[in-house]
Design a protein around this ligand. Structure first.
Ligand SMILES: C[S@@+](CC[C@H](N)C(=O)[O-])C[C@H]1O[C@@H](n2cnc3c(N)ncnc32)[C@H](O)[C@@H]1O
Length: 449
């Protein structure tokens, strides 16, 4: 961790960073190349058959559209080369095998449950997830999503509540499962002292490269940005508005002047030009540290107990064991009665073995852990702006819930989340009292391990 720097990377293996990843990436890239070539060839053959039919029927009036479609399809593999170069460059310090697709039978992060500190391979190591999150966090098609989720849901909700209680200082904020880091950056720009934790090695490597690219970007954002065609790899051709939209590039990273200025000041500080300054004296924003690790294993330890004023989870709690997640959030929040947890995102459980708690259940579980709901509303947004290409984008009407941790919840019963956390989340009532064994919640068929 670089001292005096507002953007710090904690626990990144610097030696590993320098290892080359060329062969490791090859299989995943090769796969997309093959898939896109296949898509183009199939399309070409289908259109040819249509053309033959038309000729037999004595009409070529549709040929113009067919020719244009065929010519466009032929460009796909060529444009993929650009994507490949950008992705290789952004993830250049990543050195593990790169799979292709996200799987919703994800068994990643089993390490958290087993108590092992070793990070397991995650679905968020995939090339597909990398492209989706680049678009969501750092591309122009993700702008509406970022506005809806990061600004209007997260930051505005926090600001509204802090103003309502007359709180002017922003405090320490933790972003578990930070993805490619944009939410963490926006919170830091807004003045919080942010710590982000992310378990995917390729996400952390890419985030690091993105932040330095963003910090060196010119006013117009072009000189140091990289091109990416975010819709090029979509292999379903149904529901498309205009095939040519696949050839509209985004420039990565897409960043506004406020965030760029904040990143530039933090960068110049880390380069030593202002190394004695604290983060608040460098710019009006706060600071950002990034940790590569598993949230539960890294933060459910004595050193992190009560360290944070705010925890923000965005599209995160369904990716791991929810109970361990709530327990860890509770563990690292301040116990003075002002600790806040802002959760936004769906309940699209990634593990086959997850208990599929509803939103109402989550609120009850949180209450059992000592959280009271301050506000609860729904936010409508796509995942990464896919509606520009497809008529059937992935849309979410997700809850955005602000909780406050009551002062009487006391400290965590144990720094280990594995078995004791499950008991304590069940055992601690809203006012910190023990819940009777025959309470309605426990009377379900849910068996505690
Ligand atoms: C659905 S993505 C959301 C990313 C980001 N919060 C956003 O809103 O774009 C979930 C992220 O959580 C990370 N993640 C999942 N389990 C984790 C864990 N146990 N510890 C840290 N990060 C984790 C994944 O690698 C992924 O980047």
């Amino acid at each position: 961790m670089i001292k005096g720097c507002v953007v710090n990377f904690v626990e990144v293996d610097v030696a590993a960073e320098s290892r080359k990843a060329s062969s490791a990436h090859s299989f995943a890239f090769e796969h997309y190349r093959r898939q896109l070539t296949h898509m183009m060839q199939t399309l070409d053959a289908t259109i040819s058959r249509m053309d033959d039919k038309e000729v037999e029927g004595g009409s070529s009036r549709y040929k113009r559209v067919h020719d244009r479609f065929r010519a466009a399809a032929a460009r796909v593999p060529l444009f993929w080369e650009t994507n490949e170069a950008t992705l290789r460059s952004l993830s250049s310090s990543y050195s593990t095998e790169l799979p292709l697709h996200h799987s919703h039978t994800d068994t990643s992060h089993q390490s958290a449950s087993s108590g092992s500190s070793k990070l397991q391979h995650s679905s968020y190591e995939s090339l597909e997830q990398l492209m989706v999150h680049l678009s969501r966090d750092w591309g122009r098609f993700g702008e509406d999503t970022r506005q809806a989720l990061y600004h209007q849901a997260v930051l505005a909700t926090l600001q509204e509540y802090l103003s309502s209680i007359g709180e002017t200082s922003k405090g320490r904020l933790l972003v578990p499962g930070a993805g490619l880091g944009r939410l963490a950056v926006e919170c830091a720009v807004d003045g919080f002292e942010v710590e982000a934790v992310e378990s995917s090695a390729i996400f952390v490597a890419t985030m690091r490269n993105l932040l330095s690219l963003a910090a060196t970007a010119e006013e117009d954002g072009t000189s140091s940005s990289l091109p990416l065609y975010p819709f090029l790899h979509f292999t379903s051709l149904n529901n498309e508005w205009d095939f040519d939209r696949r050839f509209e590039p985004i420039q990565i990273p897409d960043i506004d002047s406020r965030a760029r200025t904040w990143l530039q000041s933090s960068n110049s500080s880390s380069n030593g030009s202002n190394s004695s300054s604290s983060s608040s004296s460098i710019s009006s924003g706060g600071s950002l540290s990034v940790r590569h690790g598993d949230f539960v294993n890294s933060y459910n330890t004595a050193e992190h107990e009560g360290r944070f004023d705010v925890v923000v989870t965005s599209f995160f709690i369904d990716t791991l064991d929810v109970l361990e997640c709530i327990e860890t959030i509770r563990h690292c929040l301040t116990k003075n009665g002002s600790g806040l947890w802002l959760n936004v995102g769906p309940l699209h459980y990634h593990s086959n073995t997850a208990v599929p708690y509803s939103h109402k259940d989550i609120i009850e579980l949180a209450a059992d852990a000592g959280f009271e709901v301050i506000s609860d509303r729904a936010v409508l947004s796509s995942y990464a702006g896919e509606g520009y290409l497809t008529m059937k984008p992935e849309m979410f009407k997700a809850p955005c819930t602000l909780y406050r941790l009551g002062s009487s919840c006391g400290s965590s019963s144990s720094p280990s989340p594995t078995s004791s956390s499950r008991k304590s989340i069940m055992g601690a009532g809203k006012e910190g009292k023990e819940v009777e064994a025959e309470s309605p919640w426990i009377r379900t068929n849910f068996v505690l391990l």
